[in-house]
Design a protein around this ligand. Structure first.
Ligand code: ZN
Ligand code: ZN
Length: 298
């Protein structure tokens, strides 16, 4: 465990999970639950939440993760801002904060110093304690110099709370209380917890195709479907720079499919692929890999 995590956890449960900065987080959860109780369960509401979940999740995975954390493809300055703005609507702090913390996760994965390791710091800390704790609030700009040179990203990083508030406000004025509950609150809660499973569950639940990653990362088809491809987490730890995390055709990776479409229309380019010698462990052939593929997550 890192000194920073140990110090944060030493403050105790309430100071980590219920400090004043967590009020919006728990407030949106309460809005979702109370809102469903008031509006009643609705399949239209579920459809609305699902509809907005997809772009939100894409911005987190394609933007915060594959672009800002790993630079797995290239894009223009204006479209990188679109990616940052879209992801910041999901209430996971700013692009530079997110990517700087994520780079530490890969550098020290599951070792002392990893800021959200389930192995080092426990399930709930890895799931959301690390993002709720106000001890880890600062952005280490030295870890994200490549993007900190853009003033618009620094600005967004500081004012990260505005986009999710704007989404909630627009939802209310566009569709009333029903839209506020389903398109914003329920969808927001879904996006948070889907994203957070990658830190909490994908280092404990699933298969390890690449056993030499030096951490406990796993591949898990359930998490891959829920997170639009991020559940191929052992693949990702094995070869982080790849724009695709499903390394084989049967490994569903919706984020990558969207990136391919964006590349086809010229909005992004130079998507990093996975060389065969990286993709196939121990000299395995593509046919052998296909023959042994399993979709269970034991
Ligand atoms: Zn990563
Ligand atoms: Zn990981």
């Amino acid at each position: 465990m890192s000194n920073a995590v140990a110090a944060a956890q030493a403050r105790g449960f309430w100071r980590v999970y219920f400090n004043p900065l967590t009020i919006p987080y728990w407030g949106v959860h309460i809005l979702a639950i109370v809102g469903i109780a008031i509006t009643g369960f609705s399949w239209w509401g579920v459809a609305l939440a699902g509809l907005f979940f997809l772009p939100r999740m894409f911005f987190v995975t394609g933007g915060y993760h594959r672009y800002f954390s790993h630079r797995s493809f290239k894009t223009s300055r204006w479209f990188q801002f679109v990616l940052a703005l879209g992801a910041s609507c999901t209430g996971q702090k700013g692009p530079l904060w997110w990517a700087a913390h994520h780079r530490i996760h890969h550098k020290l994965s599951d070792a002392p110093g990893d800021l959200h390791s389930v192995i080092q710091s426990g399930f709930w800390w890895a799931h959301h304690g690390w993002i709720l704790s106000n001890d880890l609030e600062d952005t280490d700009y030295s870890r994200i110099k490549d993007f900190a040179k853009y003033p618009e990203l620094v600005w967004l990083n500081r004012l990260w709370m505005i986009p999710p508030v704007a989404v909630g406000t627009i939802s209310f004025f566009a569709g009333g209380f029903f839209a506020l509950v389903w398109a914003f609150a329920v969808c927001q809660v879904m996006t948070w917890h889907a994203t957070f499973t990658i830190n909490s569950l994908s280092h404990v639940w699933g298969n390890r195709r690449y056993k030499t990653t030096g951490d406990d990362s796993r591949n898990n088809v359930v998490l891959a479907i829920v997170t639009l491809g991020e559940g191929w987490h052992n693949n990702h730890h094995h070869y982080q720079v790849s724009a695709r995390q499903g390394f084989f055709w049967w490994e569903i990776d919706c984020t990558y499919y969207v990136l391919r479409v964006l590349a086809a229309v010229g909005l992004v380019w130079d998507l990093h692929g996975v060389p065969d010698h990286v993709r196939l462990p121990d000299g395995e052939t593509a046919q052998e890999a296909e023959g042994t593929h399993v979709l269970d997550v034991a």
